[in-house]
Design a protein around this ligand. Structure first.
Ligand SMILES: Cc1cc2nc3c(=O)[nH]c(=O)nc-3n(C[C@H](O)[C@H](O)[C@H](O)COP(=O)(O)OP(=O)(O)OC[C@H]3O[C@@H](n4cnc5c(N)ncnc54)[C@H](O)[C@@H]3O)c2cc1C
Length: 369
C-alpha cells in the first residue's frame, strides 16, 4: 500500500493549492482526483477575482472579505510564483444599479465595503459612459467600481499548480475516485478506484461531494449543489473594460483574453445534472446585456454549460480541521477561485502547525454539528 504524509482528495483548484503549499513547505503529498483535471466547478467558472464578496452580509461578511482581499493579492502573483501564465488581468469590476432597489442595496454595501477598506467608488451613468463609451448611460442609474478587481483563466490556475506540483516531484493522479476513508491506529486508509493508500493526514477538497466522504467518519457538512449556467460567444475584438455585474439578477459578463464574451445570470434549481442547459437562460442574459451594451446585439453565442456551486447554509466556506489528521475545504459557492491561493496557504499552515490559522477560524467546518 502506498504511504504518504498527506493525501489530498480532489484535484480542483482548491485541492491543488493545498497540495502545492504543503509541498513548498517540504511535506510529502499525493493528490487523488476522481475525474479529469478541470472536471469540477474550477473548469466551469468565469474567473472573476473580487474582494467585494456579497455573501453573509450581517453574518461575518467581513471575514469573507478579508480572505478575498488576500486571495486577490496572491492571485496577482501566481504566474510569477509558478512560472505558468494564469492569464491574470487587473481589469476591474463594475457593479451596476439598474433600478432603485439595486441602488439602495449597493449604497448599503458601499458604506460597508468602505469601512472594510475596499477601493470602491460610485459612478454616475455619465461617468460610466465617459470611461467606457460602449455602455448606454440610459440603461443604468449608477455603478460601483473597483479598479483593483481582476480576472484569471481558471484552466491557467490549474495548469500553474499542476506544473509546480510536478516540478516538486509529486503526482496528481487523475481518474482515481476515492470511495472510502477509514481511520486507522496511525492515520487513515484511503480506498480509491486504482488502489489503496495510507496517509497521516487527509484533506477532503471535493466541493459539493465533500460531505459524501467526511460523513463516513461522522462529519456531515450541509452543502447544496446550486447550479449556474454560463455562455460564451465567438471571439470578437477586445474592447471590454471591467467585468460587469448586477447582483439582483446574479448577472456577470466579462471578455476573455481570446476576445470571447462570457457571462452568467440567475441560478438553476439545485441538482447534479450538468447536461441540462436552458433557452430561458440565454434569453434572460440577452435581455440584461443588450440594453447595457447595445453593440453586442448580434453576438453569436457558441457554447453554453452548467456548473455546480457548493453552498453552505450560512454562505461561508467550511475549511479546517474535523478531527486529528482530517481536514476539509469546501463550500466556496461562486467565489472560490478568488480564495484558492490564500486558503491553500492557510490550510497548509494549519496542518503543519496543528493550529488553525486565525483567518480560517470563522469558517470552522464543525460549526454545523
Ligand atoms: C458557473 C460557475 C461560475 C463561477 N464563477 C466564479 C468566479 O467568477 N470567481 C470565483 O472566484 N469563483 C467562481 N466560481 C466558484 C469556483 O469555481 C469554485 O469555488 C472553485 O473552483 C472551487 O474549487 P474546488 O477545487 O473546491 O472545486 P472543484 O473544482 O469542483 O474540484 C473538486 C474536485 O473533486 C473531485 N472529486 C469529487 N469527488 C471525488 C472523490 N470521491 N474522489 C476524488 N476526487 C473527487 C472532482 O472531480 C473535482 O475535480 C464559479 C463556479 C461556477 C460553478
Amino acid at each position: 500500500m502506498s504511504k504518504y504524509e498527506t493525501i489530498v482528495v480532489g484535484g480542483g483548484a482548491m485541492g491543488l493549492s493545498v497540495a502545492y503549499n504543503l509541498l513548498r513547505r517540504g511535506r510529502n503529498v499525493h493528490v487523488l482526483e476522481g475525474d479529469y483535471l478541470n472536471a469540477g466547478s474550477t473548469g466551469r467558472n468565469l474567473g472573476v477575482l473580487k474582494a467585494r464578496n456579497p455573501y453573509a452580509v450581517g453574518n461575518g461578511n467581513k471575514d469573507l472579505v478579508k480572505l478575498a482581499k488576500e486571495g486577490l493579492k496572491l492571485n496577482a502573483g501566481l504566474s510569477s510564483e509558478t512560472g505558468i501564465n494564469t492569464f491574470h488581468k487587473t481589469s476591474g469590476c463594475l457593479i451596476l444599479a439598474k433600478d432603485e432597489a439595486d441602488y439602495k442595496q449597493l449604497k448599503e454595501y458601499h458604506t460597508h465595503f468602505k469601512k472594510l477598506g475596499l477601493d470602491e467608488r460610485e459612478l454616475t451613468p455619465e461617468e460610466i459612459h465617459r470611461k467606457w463609451s460602449y455602455m448606454d448611460p440610459d440603461s443604468v442609474i449608477a455603478g460601483f467600481y473597483s479598479p483593483s478587481e481582476a480576472n484569471a483563466h481558471p484552466f491557467g490556475v490549474v495548469w500553474a499548480y499542476v506544473e509546480a506540483i510536478r516540478k516538486m516531484k509529486c503526482q496528481v493522479e487523475k481518474q482515481n475516485k476515492v470511495s472510502k476513508i477509514e481511520k486507522t491506529s496511525d492515520g487513515f486508509k484511503i480506498t480509491a478506484e486504482k488502489g489503496e493508500y495510507e496517509a497521516e493526514n487527509v484533506v477532503v477538497a471535493c466541493a459539493e461531494r465533500s460531505s459524501e466522504l467526511t460523513e463516513q467518519l461522522g462529519y456531515k457538512i450541509p452543502l447544496t449543489p446550486m447550479r449556474k449556467e454560463v455562455l460564451i460567444s465567438e471571439p470578437i475584438r477586445p474592447f471590454f473594460g471591467p467585468t460587469l455585474e448586477r447582483l439582483s439578477t446574479h448577472f456577470q459578463v466579462t471578455q476573455t483574453m481570446r476576445g470571447e464574451i462570457m457571462g452568467t445570470i440567475d441560478w438553476m434549481e439545485p441538482g447534479y445534472d450538468l447536461v441540462k442547459s436552458t433557452s430561458e437562460f440565454l434569453e434572460h442574459f440577452a435581455d440584461e446585456l443588450v440594453p447595457i451594451i447595445p453593440v453586442l446585439r448580434n453576438l453569436n453565442i457558441i457554447r453554453q454549460w452548467t456548473g455546480i456551486c457548493d453552498q453552505t447554509p450560512d454562505e461561508k466556506p467550511a475549511v479546517g480541521k474535523l478531527d486529528d489528521g482530517l481536514y476539509v475545504t469546501c463550500g466556496y459557492n461562486d467565489y472560490g477561485i478568488t480564495m484558492v491561493p490564500i486558503v491553500g496557504r492557510l490550510l497548509a499552515s494549519t496542518i503543519i502547525n496543528d493550529e488553525t490559522s486565525p483567518m480560517l477560524k470563522p469558517f470552522d467546518p464543525l460549526r454545523f454539528e
